[in-house]
Design a protein around this ligand. Structure first.
Ligand SMILES: [Mg+2]
Length: 119
């Protein structure tokens, strides 16, 4: 399964990618913001995206994906520090399938990713 990891923090991308690799995901593409993400969607089957990013934030990225028939049904997991209930509700309304609040541990990330793709 080809996975796209979008986060403006290189360190956070490394943490996410390493976690995914331990769970057997080995086809991983990364991007530093939503705009970069949009131009790297070729063949992507699962998206993990940060919320706060320059150029294009995660929620705008999600809106863009959901308004494109090619990506309307692609599983999206939002990884964010925005743990407040209103933000989470907004993300879910925009079509995010699942969310992970930072800081998270590897097991939580893997568990949520699996639950999302098996749903
Ligand atoms: Mg960020």
């Amino acid at each position: 399964m080809k996975v796209l990891v979008v986060d403006d923090s290189v360190t956070m991308r490394r943490i996410i990618i390493n976690s995914l690799k331990t769970a057997g995901f080995d086809d991983i593409v990364e991007a530093g913001n939503g705009l970069e993400g949009l131009s790297n969607m070729e063949g992507i089957e699962l998206v993990l995206t940060d919320w706060n990013m320059p150029e294009m934030d995660g929620i705008t990225f999600v809106k863009e994906l959901r308004s494109n028939s090619l990506y309307a049904d692609i599983p999206i997991v939002m990884i964010t520090t925005e743990g407040a209930k209103t933000e989470v509700v907004e993300a879910l309304k925009m079509g995010v399938n699942n969310y992970i609040v930072k800081p998270f541990d590897k097991e939580t990330l893997i568990e949520k990713v699996k639950a999302t793709i098996e749903a």
